[in-house]
Design a protein around this ligand. Structure first.
Ligand SMILES: *[C@@H]1O[C@H](CO)[C@@H](O)[C@H](O)[C@H]1NC(C)=O
Ligand SMILES: *[C@@H]1O[C@H](CO)[C@@H](O)[C@H](O)[C@H]1NC(C)=O
Length: 566
């Protein structure tokens, strides 16, 4: 961006580089050595980050001119080996292995060898390794429902009943039985939960909602899991915003996830009314076994000594590899808490800064789940993805999908404005297709298509197929826009979100940009877009049924966007 006109000298560029705005890349390069060092934790929570993806694009452009520094940096970056997920089952006579923290961002912690007894997570660490453990409040909480009152915020602070750090000696005292008879071996009372586990500490409050479940929880899971087990991209790629790596839909193989545990949610509580959460989970991760609160309670009860019986009857579960996710802890981080309000942003940004996410311009890191859902839904894109050139291409066709909320319970457009919007879009499509019909054979413009979608009238499969074909997704702020995570990325992919004038929320803005797509917020006859995004605001009328929109303005935005003027 800064360099488009080649107006800066190398020296200027270097000065820029050491300015505050390029902190990210320094973090990426100099912090790449240890995912589990103190430093990574401190930097992750304290670096000020304006807009993650924007910064990525500009700072990488700046770094392009510092080639002289490259050689030394490369050596540092390549030292970071991706952890493996090797699962280990303990035998009764094994020593209890200490806990490793493979990766951590606020609300997202990947453990190896962590223990649970009586509902408490136990991290086993000696004095030396304790220093490397993140603050417990950045990993977990009491898992209570969140409301924004000081009392509730205090009640969500974790207690020693939620998580504790104990020494290897204490672990042994608790769960290893040593016979008085010196000839008999000691044996542990620890049972391994083999394989790879997702442990969600979230309350049901946000689980039974398509956006929060898919575009937040599993979006973050995919970024963190995929990132943690990937080798970082090369320094040269990290420094070049136009590198094919940032357009790549190829991704290193990540270890399988075997189970998902919703510790605070009943079987119904993670399922949403339209049924998209379970549709997504079964389509994207068909092998994952789901446990809910009842199962977690079974596990808790199984570890508790019976009243009156000796404490030596206490048992513990040993989790080989577990990704613990906690919504309240994520909100204690800077990226989620003060910039995006998106828990997934902590996971995504952490991995992005370490060069661990492929295909930032096309959501390449998300592609495995997106493609799985496409295939499941019978979207042609699901099969095409496997044979594609795997690059962000020009679109074959401009497919506009207007997701209408006019038959929803609330948050609707003024009826006449909806009517004019549809008419304007129809006029656009007719005009463009006429231009196409009249065009000279050597310069045929793209075909246009419009679908006005009333999601509730379509099956799940139909909705996903609609999203997969969409170039421009348009609609009033709402859950229907969650389908943007299933759009097929190309250079024109855009989400146009209609707000009551003055209103703004980060949900679809952040999510679109995390997938490399353009997001335009429309306020009647004006629009706002990165880097000029509005602040979060819910003015009177935000949830109402009289949201104004000027159809011709939306049409102009679409034309400008397809012409790459926006
Ligand atoms: C188990 O946890 C419960 C609730 O947190 C607590 O009241 C009880 O004392 C604990 N039991 C043991 C044996 O630690
Ligand atoms: C929306 O924009 C149109 C076109 O500029 C204008 O005529 C109309 O008054 C605006 N509506 C509101 C509520 O501001």
């Amino acid at each position: 961006m800064i360099f488009r006109h080649g107006s800066l000298s190398r020296r200027d560029a270097f000065l820029l580089l050491i300015g505050a705005s390029s902190m990210h890349i320094w973090t990426l390069i100099f912090n790449a050595r240890g995912l589990d060092t103190d430093q990574s934790i401190v930097i992750n929570t304290h670096v000020s980050q304006q807009d993650a993806l924007g910064e990525f694009l500009t700072t990488t452009a700046v770094l392009k001119v510092t080639e002289t520094k490259l050689e030394t940096m490369t050596a540092t970056v390549t030292e970071l080996a991706a952890p493996t997920s090797t699962s280990r089952s303990l035998s009764p006579f094994d020593d209890l292995p200490p806990t490793d923290i493979l990766a951590h961002a606020p609300g997202w912690t990947l453990f190896r060898n962590v223990y649970m007894s009586n509902g408490t997570m136990f991290i086993v660490a000696d004095e030396a390794s304790r220093k490397k453990i993140p603050e417990i409040r950045m990993m977990t909480s009491t898992g209570l429902e969140a409301v924004n009152t000081p009392e509730n915020i205090a009640l969500r602070e974790p207690t020693p009943d939620n998580m504790r750090i104990i020494s290897p000696e204490e672990a042994k005292e608790r769960w290893v039985f040593t016979s008085k008879d010196a000839n008999r071996p000691s044996f542990n009372r620890v049972w391994s939960v083999e394989g790879n586990t997702l442990l969600f500490n979230d309350p049901p409050q946000f689980l039974n909602h398509y956006y929060h479940f898919v575009a937040e929880l599993f979006f973050g899971v995919q970024a963190f899991w995929h990132g943690a087990f990937s080798e970082p991209i090369s320094t040269a790629d990290a420094l070049s915003p136009s590198s094919a790596t940032h357009y790549s839909l190829r991704h290193p193989h990540a270890p399988p996830i075997h189970r998902a545990i919703f510790a605070h949610a009943s079987a119904d509580a993670w399922r949403d009314n339209p049924g998209f959460n379970s549709y997504f989970l079964r389509a994207a991760l068909p092998s994952v076994v789901v446990e809910n609160q009842v199962d977690w309670d079974d596990r808790i009860r199984a570890t508790r000594p019976k009243t009156g019986e000796p404490q030596t009857d206490a048992r513990a579960w040993h989790f080989s590899v577990v990704l613990l996710t906690d919504r309240s802890a994520a909100h204690r981080g800077a990226v989620c808490g003060s910039q995006t309000q998106r828990t997934a942003a902590e996971a995504w940004d952490f991995m992005r800064l370490r060069g661990k996410l492929r295909g930032l311009h096309v959501g390449g890191w998300w592609a495995p789940l997106r493609e799985a859902v496409w295939r499941f839904a019978g979207a042609e894109e699901g099969l095409e993805a496997a044979i594609d050139m795997r690059q962000a291409k020009d679109p074959d066709k401009i497919v506009i999908s207007y997701i209408s909320r006019q038959s929803a319970r609330s948050r609707k457009l003024i009826a006449d404005d909806h009517k004019l919007l549809v008419e304007s879009l129809e006029e656009l499509v007719a005009r463009k297709n006429k231009e196409r019909a009249d065009a000279q054979p050597e310069d045929v413009p793209l075909e246009y298509e419009l679908t006005v979608v009333e999601a509730e009238k379509l099956t799940h499969d139909q909705q996903i197929r609609m999203a997969a074909r969409t170039t421009i997704m348009l609609g009033v702020h709402g859950n229907g826009l969650t389908h943007l995570v299933f759009m097929k990325p190309n250079r024109a992919s855009t989400v146009i979100e209609l707000f009551f004038p003055g209103g703004f929320a980060h949900d679809y803005y952040w999510t679109s940009r995390a997938l490399g797509m353009r997001h335009l917020a429309v306020w009647n006859d004006t629009h706002r877009a990165y880097p000029n995004k509005p602040d979060v605001n819910y003015p009177e009328g935000f949830q109402g049924d009289f949201i104004p929109v000027h159809g011709p303005t939306v049409v102009q935005l679409i034309e400008d966007r397809v012409a790459m003027k926006l």
